[in-house]
Design a protein around this ligand. Structure first.
Ligand code: 1CP
Length: 344
């Protein structure tokens, strides 16, 4: 049967007259209905692990906007927690984790097969979503890439320059490499279980790939992504994979071919015209509207959206933001973006 889901068609390499669209962080604090469900759950992690409420917040932006894809509501930091790290969220500040400063901290972590006890509710959310989503909507599962997840596990929080992770890599390379290997194998199991539960696409978020320079990019961003994709493709050959090595710049070139990804998501530090010339030549590209347009709206939003659609119309393209929508965004601007993409 011919594929009817637009996201899956674009991921298979089809050039569509209108690009399918979804949005990073499409469930989240810019939506009043999200805030209400989060309040009901009590806190962010309780929301992630409550399959019924996580299903509800995943569906909210689909009901409101009719996006072409839903992304599982969860977080990249659930894998560290499932490996035994302490994880909590400080209101107004963000995530906090126990840190990894040497061999003793690493030795306390569990193995790849220990993660499912913690992560079972996430697989249940995926199963709920597959039966609840409209037939035209694609379900995307996800995980963080090993480098990005390692930066949080090492520092114990988000860092502007990932300095603690770079330091551990330099001073304790054996601990750093063992941690990267542990996250890589756990991520393969996690994503494979998401696919078994019904995820139709998976996305690998390497939000801090841009701080890896030179040979480090190949070793710690490209190679682990390639390893995860090879393992997933061996088990699930028909499941497309989106890679997001954020702020990779010139390293976006050839990333899909080198890793086996079906689509490369690009941030807003490169132009869509450049991506058409240098990245889309290898297959589907996703991105790259600046998230700030969801706050400011108006003519600039419309003209930038049109420019991106136009620049990438010669090949497979999934419209998206260059990074997640922010809590100060106006939900009306999201509708304006969708109407502009769909030509209403
Ligand atoms: O207060 C709240 O309600 C929490 C805000 C929030 C949300 C809505 C966090 C905390 N995580 C999420 C959900 C989330 N996170 C999703 C769900 C699906 C969707 O997109 O709607 C996804 C895909 C993520 C992925 C994620 N979490 C990334 C990778 C993508 C990116 O934005 O770069 C990262 C780096 C995280 C860590 C994280 N979780 C939450 C915050 C505030 C952060 C960033 C922390 C920091 O660096 O300081």
């Amino acid at each position: 049967m011919a594929e009817t889901k637009t996201i899956l068609r674009a991921l298979a390499g089809e050039t569509m007259p209108t690009p399918p669209i979804w949005m990073m962080r499409q469930a989240g604090r810019y939506l009043p209905e999200y805030k209400a469900t989060r309040a009901e759950a009590g806190d962010f992690l309780s929301l992630c692990y409550n399959s019924d409420l996580a299903t509800e917040v995943t569906l909210q932006p689909i009901r409101r906007y009719g996006f072409d894809a839903a992304i599982l509501f969860a977080d990249i930091l659930l894998v560290p927690q499932a490996l035994g790290a302490d994880l909590w969220f400080v209101t107004g500040e963000g995530p906090r984790l126990s840190t990894i400063t040497g061999e003793a901290d690493f030795a306390k972590l569990g193995g790849k097969d220990d993660i499912h006890e913690t992560l079972n509710p996430i697989y249940q959310t995926v199963r709920n979503l597959r039966s609840a989503l409209p037939p035209e909507t694609t379900l995307i599962g996800f995980a963080g890439a090993p480098w990005t997840v390692a930066t949080y596990m090492i520092a114990g929080k988000g860092t502007p320059d990932q300095a603690p992770a770079h330091a551990l890599k330099a001073t304790h390379p054996e601990v750093f490499d063992a941690l990267m290997a542990r996250i890589t194998e756990a991520t393969i199991e996690y994503l494979s279980h998401q696919i078994d539960a019904g995820a139709e696409v998976v996305k690998i978020f390497d939000s801090w790939a841009g701080s890896l320079k030179g040979a480090d990019f190949d070793k710690y961003a490209l190679a682990p992504t390639k390893e995860i994709i090879a393992a997933l493709k061996a088990r699930h050959p028909d499941t497309p994979i989106i890679a997001f090595p954020r702020e990779a710049g010139e390293n976006y070139i050839g990333f899909a071919k080198a890793t086996g990804a079906d689509c490369v998501a690009i941030d807003d530090s490169v132009t869509a015209e450049w991506a058409a010339q240098n990245v889309q030549t290898d297959g589907c590209v996703q991105g790259n509207l600046k998230s700030s347009h969801m706050v400011t709206g108006g003519d600039a939003l419309v003209s930038e959206t049109r420019r991106i659609v136009d620049a990438l119309k010669g090949g497979p393209h999934i419209f998206n933001l260059g990074h997640g929508i922010t809590p100060d965004a106006d939900p009306a601007n999201v509708q304006l973006m969708i109407d502009t993409v769909r030509g209403a």
